[in-house]
Design a binder for this molecule. Structure first.
Ligand code: YH5
Length: 268
């Protein structure tokens, strides 16, 4: 029996504009937001302290730790859904899992020095995301031979690297990385052919929510106007085999998922 699709709610921890004394406000609003997403139907909370948007400034290891670890600790003691840590840094992975995270979500697919070894030792689920290039340069005219074949090749290489490092294959989740070194046509092809990544026999995660792909399809709509487009894309991803959708708008995605599931499970 395949398990039901899961909703991963995004919790970005970035400093607010009141930098002195702002930490307290940040902490409280993060906890409130996480609890709100769980009430709305989130099955996993993905906590990230570094923005991976094109052109975003890198965050130091210490700053990332200071942002995310207290929040993971507090949530671990007050919620019962799994916590995922969105990081590429092995030190952050280690402290996050010690604080209660049970999944590593790495947009660099454990390519940083010591990341494979850290993940193997921590023995938690790991999401391997495909990215072409680096966050700074990835959207400068990305080119593929064949986008699906290239991503499959990447998954094959990273799965092998994980297994060689001692990571249990059953703990791996694959993510084609929408918007990470992909133009609109690449993103559309990946969404349409998402089921082809099921050939690895591993769960698929899709993160499309609010991304510029949705903005482009809606006449360059701003981020706030991308909810319906994002929900539609999440349901298409699920229809095409995604096991986890990473979203900002949990309530709206959950509504759509419940309607989809009712039809899907109907035996007339
Ligand atoms: C992902 O796809 N994405 S961070 C640009 C936007 C909107 C949203 C306004 N972490 C993924 O969400 N982890 C991010 O334009 C991720 N898969 C996984 N596994 C980027 C993001 C975003 C970027």
């Amino acid at each position: 029996m395949t398990i039901q699709p899961q909703i991963m709610g995004v919790l970005n921890i970035t400093p607010d504009s009141f930098s002195d004394g702002g930490k307290y406000f940040d902490f409280n609003s993060a906890i409130v937001n996480a609890k709100r997403m769980i009430k709305q139907g989130a099955d996993i909370i993905d906590i990230g302290g570094e923005s991976t948007r094109p052109g975003a400034k890198p965050v130091s290891t210490n700053d990332e730790i200071d942002r995310v670890i207290p929040i993971i600790e507090a949530l671990h003691h007050s919620i019962d859904v799994p916590i995922s840590i969105d990081t590429s840094k092995p030190e952050v992975m280690k402290l996050a899992v010690e604080a209660g995270a049970s999944m590593i979500n790495d947009v660099c697919a454990l390519s940083a020095d010591d990341a494979l070894e850290a993940a193997a030792l921590l023995n938690v689920n790991v999401c391997l995301m495909h990215m072409q290039g680096s966050p700074r340069t990835m959207q400068n005219s990305p080119v593929y031979g064949n986008v699906i074949d290239d991503i499959k090749q990447f998954f094959d290489n990273r799965i092998k690297a994980c297994i060689d490092a001692g990571i249990t294959e059953g703990k791996i989740i694959l993510d084609p990385g929408f918007g990470f070194g992909k133009n609109l046509n690449h993103n559309l092809e990946i969404l349409k052919r998402l089921s082809e990544f099921k050939s690895f026999g591993l769960p698929i995660l899709a993160g499309i929510s609010r991304k510029s792909m949705i903005g482009s399809l809606l006449n360059d709509r701003n981020v706030d106007g991308r909810v319906s487009g994002s929900v539609t894309a999440a349901i298409i991803a699920i229809e095409n085999g995604a096991n986890i959708v990473r979203v900002h708008d949990v309530l709206e995605t959950k509504d759509a998922l419940m309607v989809w599931q009712s039809v899907n499970q109907f035996k007339g």
